[in-house]
Design a binder for this molecule. Sequence first.
Ligand SMILES: Nc1ncnc2c1ncn2[C@@H]1O[C@H](COP(=O)(O)OP(=O)(O)OP(=O)(O)O)[C@@H](O)[C@H]1O
Ligand SMILES: [Mg+2]
Length: 216
Amino acid sequence: MSDSTGTLDILRDINLDFAYRETAAIIGASGSGKSTLLSIIAGLDTPSAGSVHLDGQDLFALGEDARAALRAQKIGFVFQSFQLMANLTALENVMLPLELAGRRQAREAATEMLERVGLGQRLGHYPKVLSGGEQQRVALARAFVVQPAVLLADEPTGSLDFATGETVMNLMFQLNAELGTTLILVTHDTRIASLCQRRVVVDAGRARMDLSAEQG
Ligand SMILES: Nc1ncnc2c1ncn2[C@@H]1O[C@H](COP(=O)(O)OP(=O)(O)OP(=O)(O)O)[C@@H](O)[C@H]1O
Ligand SMILES: [Mg+2]
């Protein structure tokens, strides 16, 4: 990564494969490069070297527009801070990615997804009147509604209390299993990490598999 302040090596020698439908947790200390890695996997940050392949397609061999189009079709993103559009209702927030991806019947699909996350009664409500947990459920609906190949989540429960985080995580794993998504999530919560099939530890910009707590 390079800007006017010079070059900073953030990630190096990363070689990771994620399988279809896999659940993987990316863990590591603050500042180790987890969010940067997620942004690169999403094609949002361009690495100074290396490549990212999604469904056989080299993301950085594509132009900006083609990469954005591929992202709209195949990648869902969930953030710690929800990042809903404040001027759109819950329903409109969930319809947006469908419209951007050129899908038909956006209203019906978005309504159905909001019902699945338990927000069928809140379709017309704006984010500011929703609780944090409700906003994150809208964000989950928005991320899953395009049925992405990959769902990337950066500390999805980081702003929620324990019980609310638990509800959000259960929903996330449930939607992941139902829709056959590959789920890659960054978390500081060891319990959530242990619920994933695999853990990747990022340490000073390098990634390794965590074999200490291997689970099915
Ligand atoms: N655009 C940028 N310009 C300069 N430095 C950056 C930029 N983005 C990230 N960094 C640096 O890269 C390193 C990794 O940052 P990153 O946000 O990926 O860490 P993280 O593992 O997600 O941390 P946290 O757990 O606190 O979210 C940090 O030292 C950060 O300051
Ligand atoms: Mg981060």
